[in-house]
Ligand binder design. Sequence first.
Ligand code: ADP
Ligand code: MG
Length: 581
Amino acid sequence: MVNRVKVLEPKISNMIAAGEVVERPASVIKELIENSIDAGATNINIEIKKGGISYIRVTDNGIGIDKEDAKLAFMRHATSKISTEKDLNSISTLGFRGEALASIAAVSHVELITKTNYSEEGVHIIVKGGKVVSENDIGCPQGTTLVVKNLFYNTPARMKFLKKDSTEAGYVGDVVLHMVLSHPEISFRYINNGKESIYTSGDGDLLNCIYTLYGREYSKAMITVNHSENGIIVEGAVGKPSISRPNRTMQNFFVNGRYVKSKLLTVGLEEAYKNLLTINKFPAAVINIKINPQLMDINIHPAKLEVKFSDDKSVYEVLYWAVKNALYSETHIPEIIVRDTKKNEEDEIDIRIPLEKYNRKQNTDPENKIETNINQQSFVKEENGNEAIIDDFKIIGQVFGTYIVIEKNEELLLIDQHAAHERFNYEELLEKYKNRDVYSQVLISPVVVELSREEAVITFENIDFLKTIGFEVEDFGNNSVLIRQAPFNSENKELKALFLEIIELLSGQKESKISEIEYKALYSIACKASIRANSVMHTLEMKELVRKLLSMDNINTCPHGRPITISLTKRQIEKEFKRIV
Ligand code: ADP
Ligand code: MG
């Protein structure tokens, strides 16, 4: 066989190019919305079905396309946005390559309906696999509608790379979210499988967009950023430390209206929060940087989101000061929850440690914290129905609200209450998990958790796994979920934090093995379900905890490896006091 070099037919070369521009439904949506924005639209409607694989429609009220040009728009390198080499250096539109429509049309069935304000009627064009199959005049309002059906129908290899419909819809949602955040002056409506999931009024107020996308809690806690220096403008909003996240999914950066990912910008933002956030917490932010297009390079791959600036340092500094000024314009008094230790002791019993039934031999007051030695010994726990065991330790008390002090067999033990409880909870959970005996509690009032789109996708992909560790969750619309059942009952804040921690673990799934994630998720549950350091414990609680601890054989570390107890023997003490040598 002879290998001859030949130029590819346009149909094939378009299909290859399409592979670069059109990776999935979300990339189609991105290109179509960018075209609508470039056309000056103030209203953009987006509709998808089945994750966008079977159906995508984007309608705008922009300038429309001339009847004569409409067919041209589907040709490769056909663009109205630049014409000379000089134009390349000062691009102010989102598109400029003239590749998108040709690429999309090569791998799907496309319909275009468009009308300008100066023509009487519009035009309706149908393109299949890159070929125009019909062209007709049509009566329609000014603007453009593009319908894309059966994406990748002629490229099965591409089709195979697509994920579940819900995952693809999640990617589309991300694109819409970025568009909304970078263009609060445009009214967007996004319909997924017949359900309106985003609507913004286009009133130009970013905080209203944040409200729509992320909910009230977030919009209330965002501080507006508005700063300009050296010709660089930084606008947007950043979150107060109270709404920081365990990941960066709520950070959105835009440069001249384009969504970008940039290490430089991430670091600039996070440096400004230094000392305001604890480790592994990341700020929420919507940052729109406006910079002279000549000072940046956008002529990179269309599907890539990186951005290059000719003067990194200035951009970094302007961003840093913009955020820092915004943060310090608000006073930050950290929330401190003061536990009222003077309150009735009974109220202080932490319900997270179930107090088991006791048989009391002597008539002493069980709530009395200062108990005599005899009283201590008189609490007899009934185990296995009837066998009574008398404790072989004595609770001396609690120090620094964090350590339990006990006396046991000529030893003085200091027990880290959190570490002990965490270890016990972990062992218990692990046992139950192995036996598929999941402990899950119906919450009296379900908890709503507002998520980022990525987090929502991860949640729905892992709904079964979440069930196996005790979380029953439901879709609550707008990227929020309703937790109906949880591994334990606790304050909303704690459950939310735990849930986010687990979603974060799952998002790193590709790197770590699933079994590792299971263990880590159990650690997280055990930790959140355990009594904290700095909380006053009732004697009964301490006793219960010490009993549980002593029932575990040969375990002296928390699941993270910190010691649970330290001991001083009677001998050591006597030596220290020089009673013996
Ligand atoms: P580019 O955006 O890079 O110019 P596209 O392939 O995305 O390339 O679009 C080709 C041309 O079609 C655009 O330059 C524009 O003239 C026209 N066009 C596409 N979509 C729209 C729209 N929604 N409204 C008006 N014109 C459009
Ligand atoms: Mg375009």
